[in-house]
Write a new protein. Structure first.
Length: 241
């Protein structure tokens, strides 16, 4: 039987051979400094480059690598990784270099300080330090407006790739999430909100590295997914106070 650990970190990665080695090394270094027991679960979302090979070559303690042939989308990768988690707390953390790995421990601490079920890293938090181009800022504003209008979800930023969950609450809903792409985050957070989970936002440090695969086409797919989610949304349960 596996011993319980503090933190499981699920890292989805697609076409990240240029950054994955440094990203995993930074992540491992920061969490090790915290003194917490942890595991990193890298999910290679399609064997399209050397991401898996580079990760395995690190011979990194506490790293598990999962991969499959065809790209299935970020949401699929996160759901796949979540099936393997052992920690009492789970983090989702993007496999590029945009977000400073040190943010994870701050959000982990905030989970307890706020007695929350979920802490969402937010670019619009007053204490966040962010650099990203105007067109991405515009995309973020539109996304926030859509989420608040369609779902009455009072979260300023659902799409930034760092989130912390109570594992027990995450497992209650993640298998119900239907979407597999970028709108997975909204789908998951709406379901957790509707199940009465307490969701708060926390600060991040972000320097956009121009490694995102977001495009106009993928934005339209997200919009389509959000409208489908709105139509199929089950009736919310009582909210946790």
């Amino acid at each position: 039987m596996n011993s319980p650990i503090d933190l499981s970190i699920v890292v989805p990665a697609f076409n990240e051979e240029g950054t994955i080695g440094e990203a995993l090394s930074r992540l491992h270094r920061e969490i090790t400094k915290s003194g917490k027991t942890f595991e990193i679960i890298l999910v290679v979302d399609g064997r399209v480059d050397n991401t898996e090979k580079i990760a395995l070559s690190l011979n990194m303690q506490n790293l598990k690598v999962i991969s499959y042939e065809q790209n299935q989308g970020k949401g699929y990768a996160l759901r796949t990784g979540a099936q393997e988690i052992l920690g009492s707390v789970t983090a989702f953390f993007d496999g590029d270099l945009d977000i400073d790995a040190s943010c994870l421990i701050g959000l982990y601490q905030q989970l307890d300080e706020c007695d929350a079920d979920v802490v969402v890293g937010s670019k619009v938090h007053t204490d966040s330090v962010v650099f990203y181009p105007p067109w991405r800022r515009f995309q973020s504003r539109i996304m926030r407006l859509l989420v608040r209008t369609l779902f009455d979800l009072d979260i300023g930023d659902t799409q930034t790739g760092i989130k912390i969950f109570r594992t027990a609450r995450l497992k209650e809903v993640i298998d119900e999430v239907q979407t597999t792409g970028f709108s997975f985050d909204v789908d998951l957070l709406v379901r957790m909100h509707d199940q009465g989970c307490k969701i708060v936002e926390g600060p991040i440090v972000l320097a956009y590295q121009f490694s995102s695969t977001t495009s106009l086409k993928s934005s339209m797919v997200v919009l389509s997914d959000l409208l489908k989610l709105k139509i199929k949304r089950p009736r919310p349960l009582g909210r946790r106070k």
